[in-house]
Design a protein around this ligand. Sequence first.
Ligand code: NAD
Length: 499
Amino acid sequence: MNDIQTLASHLPDPVPAIIDGRPVTARHGVDLPVIYPATGETVSHLRESDAAQVATAVESARTAFDQGSWPRMGVDERKDILYGIRDVLRAHADELGRLEVLNTGLTLDNLPRHVERMARNFEFFAEVISTVSGEAYTQHPQYLTWVTRDPKGVGAMISPWNAPLALSSMRIASCIAFGNTCVLKPSEYTPLSVYRMVELLHEAGLPPGVVNLINGRGHVTGAALVGHPGVDMVGFTGGTDTGRRIMADAAARLKPTILELGGKSANVIFESADLDQALEGALLGIYSNNGQQCLAGSRILVQRTIADEFIERFVGRTRRIKVGDPVDPATEVGPVCYEAHMRRVLSFADIAREDGAEVLVGGGQPAGLERGWYVAPTAVRAPDSSARICQEEIFGPFATFLVFDDLDDAIRQANDSRFGLVAYVWSRDMDTVLKCSRGIRAGTIWVNTPMMRELRAPFGGMGESGVGRDGMRDSHLFFTEPKTTTVPLGALDLQGFGR
Ligand code: NAD
């Protein structure tokens, strides 16, 4: 057991739920193993929350919402608690980061970025609640109408395994900042860091019941949560098929949903680009986070005039990527998160060949790393956009190249997808950039840059990449209910019936 694995021994095993601010172990739940992806070893367990425990967690959030201080608190007081949370999380950055590595296999040098994002999510929404306001309508000479926005209620917040701290904190912070309370269900593969984060929220002064944590599989714990009548809204980050199902379950009780789903984002590289920058951007776009990013630039479209040379350079760099132990500072790409996922990612090398694609590099497990869930960074060249490797989200270190002829062809191929999360465009020609910005269907277009998340701007997907947006204005609209009040400005000359 190495240094990082001993960390799990500081947490309860099995990992319990946190309800009303206290750890609670479900009496009848099953225990699921928590596995370190770098070695395949079981480092802990989680006790799955059964339907009864889910109900207790929802009741706690319900009581905190219906009777507690949080929704009734002045914004300044709530802000102080959110800023306090930011500070406490930062003070535990190292511990949280290491737990995240233990659970996800993300490389240790990635983690300061994730942990900072988590802390900033609470800070950001503290700032948002300071600035948002209602509306007033004064057009009618005899009336004043104003619109207040009240917190919406209890949120079911469900998050995935690829960046548990960053993504769970986005769901929680965007929900509770506006005065709501919630029940969080992180992925069953990655309970460790999130458990510690929720403990720390309470140490920072969050009132009990505002954030409750439950653990377990989606079809057991997650489904019980979404379907519980005490839940008013659902915030979900995860795969598209799961999102579809959650939306259907939520629809049965007309619960509003915000869904941040999968992607197969185009990374479009024109001959007019700074090709050195585009190369770095393309490598970062697909291999960051061990290739497991919703916003990965996984379909790399290159203009025919530069394609052969660009792809050759990309493949050469891919061969040199250091894959290995996520704790080793030299490692650039660690393992993927769990075994079945590794097998799925690896299967796409065969699928690529079946569809007539050429595997240029990778396509298997790296030599000497057969023990953990490793996938060699892979690049393939697809015959055309209809190949499955161009249409399906692989969610691993797996790049697919396509070649285009001109601007119209680039936009057509970029849009040949059921997803529409983000797109990357590399060109120094303004006309090309503007036409891509207008023509490509995606929630975010990044020009001449790898991922740059502007928290203030809307973030989310078109098509099967999602429903709704996170962001300053969009989160405010989703997590609050408008209430319109109208009053006359003076006595009215009312003529009622039956005078
Ligand atoms: P997943 O959909 O398998 O699981 C996500 C969460 O949903 C987990 O907590 C899971 O337990 C839960 N779940 C599964 N079935 C459920 C059900 N029936 N009811 C309620 N909850 C259920 O996704 P994943 O494999 O954990 O994550 C990877 C996916 O997430 C990828 O598709 C990726 O693109 C996507 N993702 C999207 C964003 C974004 O912002 N758009 C960010 C990160 C990841």
